[in-house]
Design a protein around this ligand. Structure first.
Ligand SMILES: [Zn+2]
Length: 595
């Protein structure tokens, strides 16, 4: 008999997040919605008049953005609870329309500000009484060559809602409509394959179980290859259209330049990681030996190499372990973390039509939220450490910065999360140092973190670079083109140690992050920075923790590269990635000697 998921209403309340902390009732949400509609109208009335009082216009736009921040958090997270519920769908869609209206209502602001004399803008930027907006104005001046006349900006803002369609189609298809098959689990029971149990099944020591899950997932997507290619091509076309409209050389440049990330950071990453592929092959050979298989397949990559050492734990035990592992960050950090666990931040378990995966969502002036699809193992604990890392970063930035300077850049977004993961792993390696089996098991986990966060995400980054490049060079993004690109990359990265299964060519279709173009490389750069920071915290304790909290508290009050320098890392040099690759190679060697 198939084991079907619980519906949202059947879930135990103590494991649900408290979106009521944003709006206690539906009526409160509706009231805020109506206020935002009014604020949008008053914002629109600034059109053509910004020069009369640019400061007030900026402050009004900021206040509207804060209102939308709360509405978005509530409406979109409610939908993520159950994507099949028409009421939740309706609220989210209605909010998206409001968001687009707001985007359109403020679209004239930047062009009108840019039309002011540069001296006026610089004077505002340098005025201590207007310091909350100094970074906003500095970034605005950087955008000058890429900002369009007011009418065109308005048109672009209205087109945003259309350009979001590929991403909406993807999540509806993947989370709700995807007809995943029943597969056999470790106990010989038939279970419905879901995004949530897919990773558990791939972790199975029973090779038939993980092969069937892999074939089931990839095979299902494969049946929709043309649809998925058209959907993803839509996202690529939108990115290229926006880049060209704004006179950037490429979609990648359009993504990186506004964050003040030089493209060399991206290319250095590809170069440094690809130079370290022999170490990945060495790791895969250790894996092949430990699993005792003739040929390693793509579905053999996730299963722990050390048999009979399961680290099963409940959600509560996982939370305790995370607090233990993050103890080097000091008592204050841990106390806040505990407040988060107890304070309705986290939505723990999977339910029917809940959004897959895990994320952290900041809500300024309320508290951060974490969506999990928790599994009772070490991976589940690492996910908690990871997402709470995001949430704590949000908490520190929100507590120390005004709204206009609170939201940290995407480039540093994965640093706090992975720093937590690395600290937790280092803690466990120490705790179990006299136990050879546990030592090998934990090294396996850390090697996997490197493989999935640095190697895998860098491979994704290469895919994105090439997919956008294909389209920019005028080639069609057909299913065949995308599949063969993705397959070729898998051969390049894994071919030295793995029999690269044909159906892996379809894996790109299930990666939600491809709908946030040029996002994933930051996992790899972030991981490398995190390895460096965690190292320093363990070595130096107090001064390193103090510097790290300065980084966490910085929000976007300084450029991201500068914020990382607060914590002692310089990403403009290849050192951090190269250093991380050295650590990886060293753990592979340790692993060899342990077996
Ligand atoms: Zn993350």
């Amino acid at each position: 008999m198939a084991c079907e998921l619980k519906t949202r209403n059947e879930m135990d309340k103590q494991y649900l997040w408290r979106l009521e902390d944003i709006f206690p009732t539906e009526a409160a949400y509706e009231q805020a919605y109506a206020q935002a509609e009014k604020a949008i109208e008053s914002m629109a009335a600034w059109q053509g008049r910004v020069k009369e009082n640019p400061r007030q216009a900026i402050m009004d736009a900021d206040a509207l953005a804060l209102q939308l921040d709360h509405l978005a958090a509530y409406a979109l997270m409610r939908k993520d609870e159950d994507g099949s519920d028409p009421e939740r769908q309706g609220r989210a869609m209605r909010f998206q329309t409001l968001g687009a209206k707001a985007g359109s209502a403020v679209s004239f602001l930047d062009p009108e500000l840019l039309a002011l004399p540069e001296d006026t803008l610089r004077a505002m930027m340098n005025d201590p009484a207007f310091a909350d907006y100094s970074e906003r104005l500095r970034l605005l001046l950087l955008q000058k060559p890429h900002t369009l006349p007011a009418e065109q900006e308005k048109l672009l803002a209205q087109a945003e809602i259309v350009m979001d369609v590929p991403s909406d189609v993807f999540s509806m298809f993947s989370d709700v409509d995807l007809p995943l098959p029943e597969v056999t689990d470790e106990n010989g029971q038939k279970v419905r394959l879901t995004h949530g149990n897919y990773s558990t099944l791939l972790f199975s020591r029973n090779r038939d179980v993980r092969r069937e899950a892999f074939q089931g997932m990839m095979g299902t997507f494969k049946a929709f290859s043309s649809t998925m290619a058209a959907c993803y091509a839509g996202a690529v076309k939108a990115a290229v259209f926006k880049a060209r409209a704004r006179r950037y050389d490429s979609a990648r440049q359009a993504s990186l330049a506004p964050l003040e990330i030089p493209e060399t950071v991206y290319d250095n990453l590809l170069a440094e990681v690809e130079a370290a592929l022999p170490a990945l092959t060495a790791y895969l050979n250790v894996r092949k030996k430990l699993l005792g298989v003739d040929e390693l397949h793509m579905y053999d990559l996730y299963v722990p190499m050390i048999a009979d050492f399961d680290m099963k734990m409940t959600y509560e035990e996982a939370c305790d372990l995370v607090c233990e592992g993050l103890a080097p960050l000091g008592e204050e950090y841990i106390a806040r973390l505990r407040e988060g666990f107890a304070g309705g931040w986290v939505d723990v378990y999977e339910n029917k039509a809940k959004r897959s995966g895990a994320y952290s969502w900041g809500c300024y002036g309320v508290h951060p939220f974490v969506l999990l699809n928790h599994t009772d193992d070490l991976d589940g604990a690492l996910t908690i450490a990871h997402e709470m890392g995001h949430s704590m970063h949000t908490w520190y930035s929100n507590a120390n910065q005004p709204f206009a300077k609170a939201e940290y850049s995407l480039f540093v977004a994965e640093v706090a999360s992975t720093c937590n993961e690395v600290l937790l792993m280092r803690h466990l390696m120490k705790k179990y140092q006299d136990d050879p089996k546990a030592s090998a098991y934990l090294r396996n986990q850390l090697l996997e973190a490197f493989r999935t966060t640095v190697f895998r995400q860098t491979m994704f980054a290469a895919f994105e670079k090439e997919a956008h490049g294909l389209y920019e060079r005028g080639e069609a993004l057909t299913a065949d083109a995308l599949n063969s690109l993705y397959y070729g990359l898998n051969e390049k990265y894994y071919g030295g140690g793995v029999q690269v299964d044909e159906v892996i060519a379809c894996e790109w279709m299930r990666i939600p992050h491809f709908y946030r173009n040029f996002y994933v490389y930051q996992y790899a750069t972030g991981f490398s920075a995190a390895v460096a920071i965690a190292d320093r915290i363990l070595r130096e304790a107090e001064p390193a923790v103090r510097d790290y909290k300065k980084f966490l508290s910085a929000g976007c009050s300084v450029p991201p590269i500068e914020a990382l320098r607060y914590a002692g890392v310089d990403m403009e040099k290849p050192d951090a990635v190269r250093g991380a690759m050295r650590v990886f190679a060293q753990i592979v060697e340790e692993m060899k000697s342990l077996i």
